[in-house]
Design a protein around this ligand. Structure first.
Ligand code: NIG
Ligand code: FE
Length: 395
């Protein structure tokens, strides 16, 4: 006896190898997919007639910085007037501006300001969301941010996975050596002790941290049982992608300046490429990530909103599908794979992002004719229903 059968549907279970052939029904038991293609008359506590609607795995937003206070609208205006992201950061703005706002907010305020952003992602069909810290910088404020993320994880109807963004920006007046030592000796062990994150991330960039700093943090993170990911090649190529891939990270994210030798290292190490077209778009970058080369090499390409107050105030997975197609040239099925199975891989999970039997029953029901609709129409699309672990999200 199944808990639920949704029939008369077009269920696309898994975009791993392109757009799959749709099946007509999905059966759910105990919050998991138990079978695909069962007859409409199979025994179940509940039957739902989808009236021919499309069913997709719930979206997995595998890279966000949505837990923050304040906003940076002033910087957006300054960038439009010609000042660059790096210049704004050099003047003490950028990430440090949000660090000051987070310093002035308590845990409760952080939760209250961040929840509407999380709910915006959920309304468009996100059922798993990764959230990074990285706007605390001091041990106390990083822990405060991670505790706020843990509380966002109690929202219900969505799975939250927390990442400690260990190296994001250097605190005002601090030396890199001293700061990296503090992260390794103090903050990382405290994060692990309280089980506040499952993964560690580093911003490897000329305006942020070096390859050596990144590798030192990864070494300690792994000793403490945390997985690793990296922001690499967003604004320049420091060799971060290659070094991170060789060290065994789950993913390298951004990748605008990634080259052939970096892609070879990703292939050799099974690294996921996380593309972030929201940041590319908002920064009005001109160098696109090497999508054709990644595609030819068979590197899984994930997508994410990168939702953050500076470079990507984009609280819309659906906008990301569109931008990935129009700006980066992803096909519709690649874009949906990017927000489902490949994003799950970036999070080290194989039971989300697909609707194969045994997967979590996180799925969305759409009136759209096919996945191609998402890369065609921008705006005005909402799922008819979102199910999280087999339960309907009411919103
Ligand atoms: O992914 N690149 C670094 N981190 C964020 C931006 C953070 C910020 O500007 O607040 C990103 O783009
Ligand atoms: Fe980011």
């Amino acid at each position: 006896m199944y808990d639920l059968i949704v029939h008369n549907a077009r269920v696309y279970p898994d975009f791993q190898a392109g757009k799959p052939a749709p099946v007509a029904s999905i059966a759910i038991t105990d919050g998991q997919v138990s079978e695909l293609g069962v007859g409409a008359d199979a025994p179940a506590h509940k039957h739902l007639d989808a009236n021919g609607a499309m069913i997709l795995p719930g979206f997995v937003d595998c890279h966000t910085h949505l837990c923050y206070a304040g906003n940076r609208m002033d910087e957006h205006a300054a960038r439009l007037a010609g000042t660059s992201y790096a210049e704004i950061a050099a003047r003490g703005g950028g990430i440090r501006a949000t660090v000051r706002a987070v310093d002035g907010a308590n845990e409760q305020e952080l939760v209250e300001q961040s929840l509407p952003r999380l709910q915006a992602l959920m309304r468009e069909g996100a059922t798993t969301v990764e959230i990074k810290s990285g706007y605390g910088l001091s041990p106390a404020n990083e822990l405060k941010q991670l505790r706020a993320i843990r509380r966002l994880g109690e929202t219900g109807g969505v799975r939250i996975t927390a990442t400690f963004l260990a190296l994001h920006a250097l605190p005002e007046g601090e030396s890199a050596g001293k700061y990296v030592r503090q992260v390794i000796e103090e903050t990382l062990p405290a994060v692990a002790e309280e089980s506040l994150a499952e993964c560690v991330d580093v911003f490897c960039e000329h305006m942020a941290f070096s390859v050596a700093d990144m590798l030192a943090v990864f070494e300690r993170a792994r000793e403490l049982g945390l997985a690793c990911r990296a922001h690499t090649d967003q604004l320049s190529n420091l060799g971060g992608t290659r070094a991170a891939a060789e060290s065994g990270v789950r993913s390298c994210d951004h990748l605008e300046y990634t080259r052939a030798e970096d892609i070879a290292a990703m292939v050799a190490n099974g690294t996921v490429a996380v593309l972030l077209p929201g940041a590319y778009y908002c920064l009005r970058e001109t160098q696109t990530p090497p999508v054709s080369a990644l595609r030819e090499a068979g590197v899984p390409m994930a997508l994410a909103t990168d939702l953050n107050p500076g470079t990507s105030p984009v609280a819309s997975p659906l906008a990301i599908l569109h931008l990935a197609s129009t700006l980066f040239g992803l096909h519709a099925d690649e874009a949906v794979a990017g927000l489902t199975c490949h994003a799950a891989k970036a999070l080290g999970r194989d039971n989300i992002g697909t609707l194969n039997p045994g997967a979590k029953a996180d799925f969305t029901i759409w009136d759209a004719a096919g996945p191609e609709f998402f890369t065609y129409q921008l705006g005005g699309i909402r799922p008819r229903h979102v199910y999280y672990e087999g339960i309907l999200n009411e919103s």
